[in-house]
Design a binder for this molecule. Sequence first.
Ligand SMILES: Nc1nc2c(ncn2[C@@H]2O[C@H](COP(=O)(O)OP(=O)(O)OP(=O)(O)O)[C@@H](O)[C@H]2O)c(=O)[nH]1
Ligand SMILES: [Mg+2]
Length: 254
Amino acid sequence: MSRKKAVKGKSSSSSPTACSPQSKGKGKTGKALSGAEAPSNGVVRPSRPSLSNSSEFYDMAFKVMLVGDSGVGKTCLLVRFKDGAFLAGSFISTVGIDFRNKVLNIDGVKVKLQIWDTAGQERFRSVTHAYYRDAHALLLLYDVTNKTSFDNIQAWLTEIHEYTQQDVVLMLLGNKADASHERVVKREEGEKLAKDFGVPFMETSAKSGLNVELAFTAVAKELKHRSIKAPNEPKFKLQDYVNKEMKTSGCCSS
Ligand SMILES: Nc1nc2c(ncn2[C@@H]2O[C@H](COP(=O)(O)OP(=O)(O)OP(=O)(O)O)[C@@H](O)[C@H]2O)c(=O)[nH]1
Ligand SMILES: [Mg+2]
């Protein structure tokens, strides 16, 4: 299937980057969802086990978007999560939008995340807006070594509230937590901002892998719980789960 079909006819492409999936020789994108798999406002639940890609079954599927300023590490975070790799090198911005699939086993349920990596550059903003509507969850990133990317979070939140569904799952991530010498945004500042806006928060590092798996797993758990809540099951609290599981970067934790 062509990439155009993968995004339902809208033009999308990405340049190879240091963290590009292409550098692993796996092609530009994951496969497009089609038919019963196509992203919709509701959860995708195949009536019988389905193939998410050529090899993996899943029970439910959700669409997750990575957003935030250019250079905060969205592509690297996705590559770390999907391939377990961090390929240092020169930074080439994502062009347009791209996605990859990953199936997680959440408490015995196979949850497929279709993860969309957006371009942070302003000139692609209108392309990105078109995809917000169908997103079940958003990971909003800033870079702890870049104050502007942190200051822009409020504007990102305004944009997100304007374009996404009301019940979208949102989490704020302070990425590049490994870069202790270049850090200009304290973890506490990230925590405060997240608290002020009522969103769960954690720091991550695509480079070291810190909390990367946890960020996606937490979102998948929240989406799964919302989708199939057993009658007497207590409400899943994303931030509580993250706090329990989270590892701090070591350098700055008190
Ligand atoms: N130290 C450190 N560097 C990182 C980390 N994540 C990404 N980088 C570097 O930051 C630069 C930008 O990373 P990308 O993942 O391409 O950034 P992006 O958010 O996808 O940028 P756009 O595609 O333009 O929106 C690259 O040079 C990466 O090597 C991290 O966790 N730690
Ligand atoms: Mg990118």
